[in-house]
Design a protein. Structure first.
Length: 355
């Protein structure tokens, strides 16, 4: 999931640039023409930290892989909303496979993988951030439409339309970030300005455009849409409560157990938790970027790096949220790890049935 922005004056040009360092290793890299990295000597604390990081990466990859397998395999989960969750899980898994290992490794060593892989890592970082943010935006809009137009939703929000939206999100993200990279000169400019670091550059105009399209616009949409959703949920909750009270007064039982609209409202609340945690991980990162400004202070570098890790860790948190809030996910985990998904017709298993 994920941009790391650092503002500085580029020594290559006389134009102010936003130096977006993806790896800012201040402790091992020496800042001179003959700079080299000091040897990494493992200590007890560093070994424990390494084990912790390995666990985080494993949880991120495996957790999101389970989400991907569950939604892809079980037909009962083939819904527009779940496909958006599937798209988010793919981005989160790629974060665990590509971004987290490099980000954690930067704690111990400098960048020795060359310019080409640096560009690849930078593109992945930008791409997964964009995709994740707009995925969450689409999830918010999907829930709003389901709540505000419950009768039209099943006919209008089809799986084909949903797949088109998801593909468009991924393609637009890739095209946007490719243009973003190209016009910033990253394919022609030497990216190894600081020895042992992987970085890329964006001029001030592009930084403003990017800040708007990757943060201000989608986050504003998400916030406004969920404020509207909470208003609708309150009305639904009041209606459901009145219906249950009337049913109890009449001595009924069936209506008290199930009221139309209750499941949609619950789904909106659960996804609201997902959106809330996403914004909590995203906001500190962009706030630290704005505060850092043109600062060259090491403390600001550390703050941006720390908040970037928090942003990436959102990819680890999401599967945990699914496990805590969605009974179907818990059931799918059991079916996957007991290899029951390998049996014939396993895709037809009712994973939504309450035990």
């Amino acid at each position: 999931m994920h941009k790391h922005n650092f503002f500085c004056k580029s020594p290559l040009t006389n134009m102010s640039h936003m130096n977006l360092f993806l790896i800012r290793q201040m402790y091992l890299c020496l800042w001179n023409a003959n700079a080299s990295c000091s040897d990494f000597r493992p200590t007890t604390s560093s070994v424990l930290l390494f084990l912790f990081e390995a666990v985080v990466i494993s949880l991120t990859v495996c957790g999101n892989l389970v989400v991907i397998i569950s939604i892809s395999h079980f037909r009962q989960l083939h819904t527009p909303t779940n496909f958006l969750i599937l798209s988010l899980a793919v981005a989160d898994m790629l974060v665990g496979m590509i971004l987290l290992p490099v980000q954690f490794t930067s704690t111990y060593m400098c960048w020795h993988l060359g310019t080409e892989l640096c560009i690849f890592y930078g593109m992945c970082s930008l791409h997964f951030t964009f995709v994740s943010i707009y995925n969450v935006c689409l999830i918010s809009l999907d829930r709003f439409y389901a709540l505000s137009h419950p009768l039209l939703y099943p006919n209008k929000m089809t799986l084909k339309l949903n797949a088109l939206l998801i593909c468009t999100n991924w393609l637009v993200s890739f095209a946007y970030n490719l243009v973003y990279f190209y016009f910033s000169g990253n394919f022609t400019m030497d990216m190894s300005v600081c020895p042992g670091e992987c970085g890329f550059y964006v001029d001030e105009n592009w930084s403003i455009v990017d800040f708007f399209f990757v943060f201000v616009f989608p986050c504003s949409v998400i916030t406004l849409v969920y404020l509207a959703i909470f208003s609708i949920v309150r009305k639904h909750a009041k209606t459901i409560r009145c219906a249950r009270e009337q049913n109890r007064a009449l001595g009924g039982k069936q209506g008290a157990q199930h009221v139309p609209g209750a499941s949609v409202t619950k789904a909106a609340k659960n996804l609201g938790v997902l959106v809330l945690f996403f914004l909590m991980c995203l906001l500190p990162y962009f706030i630290s970027i704005v505060i850092s400004g043109d600062s060259q202070k090491r403390a600001m570098d550390d703050a941006v790096a720390a908040t970037k890790i928090v942003l990436l860790l959102n990819s680890t948190i999401n599967p945990i949220i699914y496990a805590l809030l969605y009974p179907w996910f818990q059931k799918c985990v059991k079916l996957i790890f007991t290899l029951k998904v390998c049996s014939s017709d396993s895709s037809l298993i009712n994973v939504l049935k309450k035990n």
